[in-house]
Design a binder for this molecule. Structure first.
Ligand SMILES: Cc1cc2nc3c(=O)[nH]c(=O)nc-3n(C[C@H](O)[C@H](O)[C@H](O)COP(=O)(O)OP(=O)(O)OC[C@H]3O[C@@H](n4cnc5c(N)ncnc54)[C@H](O)[C@@H]3O)c2cc1C
Length: 498
């Protein structure tokens, strides 16, 4: 086979595409993934970062999705301990709110039964405050304690891609795919490389379209309704949570949450219409007010203001619209994965971060039915990697980072990242722009004030060494990054620019 002939061509480099590529590579297929922006730049870097049991899907009657979510959460906690960490949660129940208490307790019990162990508990007010001292502000009567998982979502995508490459797959970012067809059969795609402007055609036995909220352009795609969810990020010193917290928003009683992530605290989320899927997903002023109202109700004594937030981020949910449900309230829309086929083609959208492997396996069944011969999946998962560097950068990356001088291994700007890791990413992780490095290879842009602007000068030399940028290219890239951060992640600008 030539380089331009593959068994499986995957369009879309979010969690779904990455999981499909990973599964295809591990089962011996010759596979290529293309992503028109940076890997995970669609929705998969902007989720709430929870590997969760999906208790809330139960109220929509989505038992199968809850079961899959619970099982996958447990498997990912076991098999990827350096990427997916346990996250204890406390769900406070107000005095006398029996309906909420009953519904939440039943949902947690169902999830426990599905997981095969009883982890959730009803706890009294005193124990709840011990588990989470900030609960004092929530004036709760009692609480339910339970456990979910938390993940660096972009890193999970990048890890799957790296592991797939180690098994022979190829991946290209900043490469746009337009499907090619012949006699009613999808034959592959024409790929345009944004960096060089060159195009080429790749022929594929099966093309998998995993374009998330942008799947509507694919042949046979279901009707999609993009809904935006936004988040605020606070420094742990401003909201020093010990557990994650879920509480009901005072305005509409939707569940909202705050949880610890990479040393900071994420608060979310909203669920609002996003009319134009091609418009950037940015938190609006109304969404910021909504999240601040939830925070003031829960933590009135903390004096939280938007000025204290470090960053904001928003993502687009790809909600598949069943006939007749176009006008249903956003939070009532079912959140299920869609899968469809055409000759030479499999399309999928709506898959969750938590259930990415379930989606990938379902896609690969269709790929096999369309004529790609796949080896059986290995019966046992690989041994869990517990070392963070090895888990995220691979063996070579971990050894290289450890061999760097101590000065290169000092945590930067109160975050878990070091200059050694940044240098490795610049050399080996297909970084094209500074936002790739600061918002997805690392999450410095969400964790450090002003998107990590204080670090930019120190990046000029490593960018020159790894990417060949001269001083004027670096200045242009730094300005591009600052403008991008202000537009997409500045919690004071809400898309409007300060
Ligand atoms: C606010 C919010 C919070 C969420 N929280 C959670 C959570 O806590 N836990 C959880 O399990 N799930 C969560 N989800 C769901 C989860 O994040 C998404 O379902 C998942 O990230 C979707 O992944 P994807 O790969 O299907 O889509 P995406 O990540 O959007 O990837 C699709 C990619 O396709 C690319 N693409 C499109 N067209 C082309 C083309 N022509 N050529 C090349 N590339 C193309 C896009 O650029 C994009 O990067 C959340 C979702 C949202 C919106």
């Amino acid at each position: 086979m030539s380089d331009d002939q593959v068994d499986v061509l995957v369009v879309g480099g979010g969690i779904t595409g990455a999981a499909v590529l990973h599964e295809a590579a591990r089962r011996g297929a010759r596979a290529l993934l293309v992503e028109r922006g940076d890997y995970a730049s669609g929705t998969s870097a902007w989720s709430s970062k929870l590997i969760h049991g999906g208790a809330r899907y139960l109220s929509a009657g989505q038992w199968r999705l809850t079961l899959e979510s619970v099982r996958e959460r447990e498997a990912l906690l076991r098999e990827r301990p350096a990427l997916v960490a346990p996250q204890p949660f406390v769900l406070p129940i107000r005095h006398g709110d029996w309906a909420h208490a009953f519904a939440a307790r039943v949902a947690m019990l169902v999830c426990d039964v599905m997981a095969g162990h009883m982890r959730s508990r009803r706890v009294g007010a005193a124990e709840a405050r011990q588990l989470e001292p900030l609960l004092a502000d929530l004036a709760s009567g009692s609480a339910i304690s339970y456990r979910d998982g938390v993940v660096d979502d972009a890193r999970l995508v990048l890890t799957l891609l790296r592991e797939a490459r180690e098994q022979g797959a190829r991946t290209c970012n900043y490469t746009d795919a337009t499907l090619t067809e012949s006699d009613g059969r999808v034959t592959g795609a024409t790929l345009v490389d944004h960096a060089t402007g060159t195009s080429r055609t790749v022929r594929a036995t099966v093309t998998v379209h995993a374009a998330g909220a942008w799947a509507g352009a694919a042949p046979g795609a279901p009707a999609l309704r993009p809904l935006r969810g936004s988040h605020l990020v606070f420094a742990a010193r401003d909201l020093p949570l010990r557990s994650g917290l879920v509480w009901l928003h005072p305005r509409d009683r939707r569940p909202v949450f705050a949880h610890v992530w990479l040393g900071a605290v994420i608060v979310g989320t909203t669920d609002v219409e996003h009319a134009d899927v091609n418009a950037p997903a940015v938190m609006s002023l109304a969404e910021r007010d909504y999240l601040m109202e939830a925070l003031h109700a829960a933590f009135p004594s903390r004096g939280l203001t938007p000025e204290r937030a470090i960053a904001s981020f928003a993502g687009l949910r790809a909600i598949v619209v069943p006939p007749g449900a176009r006008d249903a309230p956003p939070s009532r829309m079912a959140r299920d994965m869609a899968l469809w086929q055409r000759p030479g083609f499999v399309g999928t959208t709506g898959g969750k971060l938590t259930t990415h492997r379930v989606t990938a396996r379902a896609v690969l069944r269709e790929v096999s039915a369309l004529g790609v011969s796949l080896a059986d999946a290995p019966a046992a998962p690989p041994a869990p990697v517990t070392d963070r560097f090895t888990a995220v950068l691979g063996d070579a990356g971990a050894s290289w980072v450890r061999a760097q001088p101590p000065g290169e291994r000092v945590p930067l700007l109160d975050t878990p990242y070091t200059m050694a890791e940044l240098a490795w990413s610049l050399h080996h992780e297909q970084v094209m722009h500074l936002d790739d490095l600061l918002l997805r290879r690392t999450r410095l842009g969400l964790l450090a004030p002003h998107g990590g602007a204080a670090l930019l000068d120190a990046l000029e030399r490593p960018c020159g060494d790894a990417l060949g940028w001269d001083a004027s290219r670096f200045r242009a890239e730094a300005e591009r990054y600052r403008a991008h951060w202000r537009r997409m992640h500045d919690p004071l600008a809400c898309g409007g620019g300060r």
